[in-house]
Design a protein around this ligand. Sequence first.
Ligand code: MOS
Length: 734
Amino acid sequence: MHLPLSEMYNEPDDRNVLDRMRQGVIGQPLDRPEGALKVSGQATYAAEWRIDGCVEGVLVLAEIAQGQVTAIDRDAALARDGVLAVIADPAMTRRSAQGMAAKAPQQDAAKVEYFGQPVALVVARTFEQARDAAVALRVDYADAAEPVPFDPHAPDVKVEAPSSSKPVEGGDLDQAMRDAAFSVDVEYDTPGHASAAMEPHATIAQWQGDSLILHGSYQMLAYNVKEIADCLGISPDKVRIIAPYVGGGFGSKLGITHEAVAAALAARELGRPVRVVMSRQQVFQTVMRRSETRQRVRLAADAGGRLIGLGHEALVSNLPGEKFAEPVTQATEFLYGGENRLLKVEVARISRLTAGSVRAPGEAVGMQVLEAAMDELAEKIGIDPIELRKRNLPATVPVQGTPYSSRMLTQALEQGAQAFGWSARQDRPCQTRDGDWWVGMGVASAARVNMMVPAQARVTLRADGSALVETDQTDIGTGSYAILGQIAGEMLGLPMARVDVKLGDSALPPGAGSGGSFGAISTGSAVLYACEEIRKRLAKILGCAAEELVLKDGTASHGDAAPRPLRDVLGGEDLTTTGKIKPGKTAKAFSQASYGAFFAEVGVHAFTGEVRVRRMTGVFGFGRVLNAKTARSQCLGGMVWGIGSALTEELAFDTRDGHLVNHDLAEYHVPVHADVPAIEVILLEERDAAASPLQAKGVGELGICGAAGAIANAVYNACGVRVRSFPLTLDKIV
Ligand code: MOS
């Protein structure tokens, strides 16, 4: 039986529904239900689907940065063994949209705007034939008449205010800097980053009449369907995307990428399925990057160590016309006090691949710099850096006056200090030596905005007393299968073995998608609401109030009545409903963010300047913990990326022709096992009624937001060298 749509909005929800349930699965560190499939190679990733008659496409990338394609030698390519088609269509040069708009800006068919932009797709019977022909494909170019610079700091670069954010201005920062008893005015650089998801971008496209089915690797299916439809000029209801397993995204799969459109176009032209898998190098060169940043931070404190002024200004970059601008100052808006303030982002228009959302856009690089600057201020004042942070937590958001929904920052700093052994830290650098290594400790706050987006999920309590959760929500390695199942299991009183979760198919109700740490709380809230509707119906059948209903281990009871198996209560009928949520008043009425603290101990080699992270502790408060294992994994992964951001990761572009030099994992250095010490993750329990009816906030990106700052601060504490250019490679330290 279909129940009415359970539609509610995100008003402050004090009912604390999940804590009143009895099953006891919510929050538990349960394994992912799909984990065994993944580690045994049985989970089917995008490129692995076996589809009859499928042929292979390989993208050809521009080998100039800016200009026009004047000719493509199709005939020579088509004369080669097995080659079926050479496709060159403006739709496939469309940039990854980064969640900015489902409609693509009009693009000149043959215009090249960055080195590595796709210019053609070669399709052949086998992958090897396609790759050979792609390498051999002759493309002629004419150079651009008015090229834009490759370098964001070039003297002739055009700098613009982004359309996506406005400056925050309050009081008189310059005056506050003059009045300050202690101040810092520093400039930091952070390099570009690659998402470097484990699974390269891949799509298999097949047409059935005028309908398109894509097996691919995407983060936001409902949105991606619209993008694809827009690119191909077809109706969104003719597009279906299937993506049950996604091998990481980190923002790079928020928007559709070039291989998807290319595969769809080729499949339409050839009348057969086409698979396009990007190589690792193509992913690096073509998909998108995190912008490099130059950040000026001004901190003005009074004699008591309280901020009276705060400035955070950043220069980021993107292609001309792109809307996205790394929101560097996002957390600076609400984290610390200082009513005299100026927070501002500007964009340099340059020729490098599209800059977009890479894990924790804004905070990832903004926090690492703000927290390093705070360390500099603590040293000037001569107080403990933890104390400085605690002294500067405002009662309401400076300038805006918005109250905080909940904030576990003080607890995270205090509990982390205890667990980490912060009291052993020396106030001055160069005090601790272990053989040839200087040893030091650093701390940083973590903060990441909390967001909710519209989401739907369908839940069916089946006549046999098991449940099915269905939504197009993706699981990009984050734990969606586990969490959504746990919410349903808790609400319906079912052990996890009796809850099935079906995800990653755009034919299912539209979930939030995976992005911005909003997937679990948004889609999870939709699951919660659907289950509440089912509970109401069960209560009605049993003749009790919904609040009296107790569901546990597949039975229903109320008052003194003996528990009855659900299948008896249901009397052969399924109960189905779709839950729906969208952000309501609380989204704007409260400053919502997840918080935490990072502690790092590093060794700096006294002769080579090499930095090794020796241990790290992270403490995080993000509302209710939905699954302590998957949440911990997110935090841990974020901290590992923090190590990369601090010490190794850096996109390097050739200053002569704009090409990305280190376009693979051999040259773009992400931390490997030997770089990652034991990392301790402590999760704080919290409830946040304004954030979601689950009383949970986002955690996916929190673990990276400030982590690199703690490491940089530890490096200074170890050896007394303050490096203001990330990553902290040994050449900058020695
Ligand atoms: Mo995230 S960078 O919004 O996938």
